[in-house]
Design a binder for this molecule. Structure first.
Ligand code: AQP
Length: 330
């Protein structure tokens, strides 16, 4: 059977790139009847320095927004990664079959390592932990963006080495790629870059927590180009096309339909249409999250319930692998 596994880091408020690129795709997978495991990747977030109380708050808020977006604990397994120590444990076993050469050649590692004088080992192990996150549940599919394909190839290679060494039968996880461009929502201030939580300009992203008027303002200020009419042409008009894409994702329409709706409007007028579609889509989610956060006990209970289910699944994999590795308790 298919098992879909994915994680989101609690490194700051969720933006519409995370939402359309990850969260909403997961909701769609649930609607299609997939078996889905979603974790809040707090261990991953430790690769950069975190303030403990901020991390806890971000974890709570992320849980609220995941549940409010439709990843309800009754429909999928949602939990905090650190609540299931098997992730870190399997990461170690995988690290023992990974090679330094392979890990240090991954483009994302090289990119991030450049920012340090002394590179933390966690940065190198990041994709190994990602592999463990999936394999610990016998995950078969991972919803990813195109920029994560290399990490999935690494996971497949680790699976081959691990299976070869121990005679295990872990499945190599397959990527699930979107065909609607939702894995690459661009910055509203610089459409050559991805929208990102860590961008220093808050106007570069719309947050799920943004009030209606802030959404309108940020879309109104979005950088486009000097052609007044609206077309969908991601290569030559990334800014406008990003807005068309957001319109499509929020209103559940195709680019042709969005462009038709924009007929006779200039980009400034069209931005109001896009903002309206986003507000209509996001306001109910924000309201549900606000209610959840007003009494976090429901969130705590949901996470505990999710962690218990995840632990039970992870234990099954662990026991099987421990026997093969010779680390089963005597
Ligand atoms: N711009 C984006 N468009 C589509 N999908 C996106 N994702 C991130 N940015 C975009 C997807 O969101 C999921 C969760 O991401 P993450 O929390 O693991 O961190 P990230 O990928 O590093 O996301 P950010 O927002 O850019 O954070 P920072 O700035 O901290 O690095 C993933 O599935 C990701 O593909």
């Amino acid at each position: 059977p298919r098992r879909v596994v994915t994680g989101v880091q609690p490194t700051g408020a969720l933006h519409i790139g995370n939402y359309f690129g990850a969260v909403r795709r997961c909701v769609r997978l649930l609607d299609q009847g997939e078996d889905l495991t979603v974790f809040i990747a707090d261990l991953h977030s430790l690769t950069v320095r975190q303030d403990a109380s901020v991390l806890q708050r971000n974890t709570l808020e992320l849980a609220a927004y995941l549940i409010a977006s439709g990843l309800e604990p009754a429909r999928c397994v949602v939990f905090q990664q650190s609540a299931v120590p098997r992730h870190a444990e399997l990461c170690w076993a995988l690290a023992c079959v990974a090679t330094l050469a392979r890990l240090s050649h991954l483009p994302q590692y090289k990119e991030k390592a450049k920012l340090y004088k002394e590179v933390p080992v966690g940065l190198l192990l990041y994709p190994v932990l990602q592999a463990a996150d999936v394999l610990v549940y016998g995950g078969t599919h991972v919803p990813v963006g195109r920029d994560q394909l290399q990490h999935l190839q690494l996971a497949a290679q680790l699976v081959r080495s691990f299976n070869h060494r121990y005679g295990a039968a872990l499945p190599a996880p397959q990527p699930l790629l979107p065909d609607d461009g939702s894995d690459r929502i661009l910055s509203l201030r610089d459409p050559t870059k991805k929208m990102s939580k860590s961008d220093t300009d808050p106007k570069s992203r719309v947050l799920l927590s943004d009030p209606d008027d802030v959404i309108e303002l940020k879309i109104r200020k979005a950088v486009t180009d000097f052609t007044p009419h609206v077309t969908y042409d991601p290569e030559s008009r990334p800014g406008v096309s990003n807005l068309v894409r957001l319109h499509c994702l929020a209103a559940d329409i195709l680019p042709e339909e969005a462009v038709e709706e924009a007929d006779g409007l200039n980009t400034a007028q069209y931005k109001a249409v896009v903002a309206r579609a986003l507000v209509r889509h996001l306001a109910p989610i924000r309201e549900r999250a606000r209610r959840l956060l007003a009494d976090p006990r429901v969130i705590h209970a949901a996470l505990q319930h999710g962690a218990a289910r995840a632990r039970a699944r992870a234990d099954t994999t662990h026991e099987r692998l421990a026997r093969l590795m010779g680390t089963a308790p005597l």
